[in-house]
Design a binder for this molecule. Structure first.
Ligand code: ADP
Ligand code: MG
Length: 174
């Protein structure tokens, strides 16, 4: 199983993914680590990525997800995946992949980041993340987790949701 944790920058994806991976005895990967060198150079130069930059990156991630599925490797992957088209490109609708959406308001996340000195993010970056965000529709069957939950509570809620969906899949007729 591959669990993909999506949400805006600062929502808590990396924090949750690390604890969830431990709880599920799964591996953990950061989507941002898969950016091609060209994108890394662009970001280092302070240039925002556009969608044309993102497709090759999402293709790499999709290939990685397929490899994990094919080899039966349980993984937790973070990826902001803000737009529905990105999620479609990642192939998140296929069996064996579950999407977790970290849901919270811009004001809540901005307040939390402000109160935690170490994690500096310009307000304009958070605003641009929310401008790009397309929350998952019902047809994407995302597990919705409020960002205000503690990480422990989020892990518990996700484990319950994953167990429920496995049970439902087993009991549904072929
Ligand atoms: N459930 C939580 N409760 C309180 N603070 C959290 C929680 N999850 C993350 N944080 C804090 O919020 C900040 C952003 O978290 P991070 O995991 O880096 O987000 P992302 O990977 O989505 O950018 C960090 O300072 C982190 O410690
Ligand atoms: Mg992160």
């Amino acid at each position: 199983m591959v669990v993909v944790i999506m949400g805006v920058s600062g929502a808590g994806k990396s924090t949750l993914a690390q604890q969830l991976a431990v709880a599920l005895q799964a591996g953990y990967a950061e989507g941002d680590d898969y950016h091609p060198a060209r994108n890394v150079a662009k970001m280092a130069a302070g240039m925002p990525l556009d969608d044309a930059d993102r497709w090759p990156w999402l293709s790499l991630l999709a290939a990685e997800i397929n490899t994990w599925l094919a080899t039966g490797k349980d993984m937790v992957l973070t990826c902001s995946a803000l737009k529905k088209a990105y999620r479609q490109h990642l192939g998140l609708m296929q069996p064996g992949v579950r999407l977790v959406y970290l849901d919270g308001s811009q004001a809540f996340i901005a307040d939390r980041l402000r109160s935690r000195g170490g994690h500096y993010m310009p307000a304009s970056l958070l605003a641009s993340q929310f401008a790009a965000l397309e929350a998952p529709n019902d047809d994407e069957a995302a597990i919705r987790i409020a960002v205000s939950l503690s990480t422990d509570a989020a892990v518990t809620a996700i484990k319950i949701a994953l167990a429920d969906s496995t049970a439902a899949a087993k009991s549904s007729p072929q």
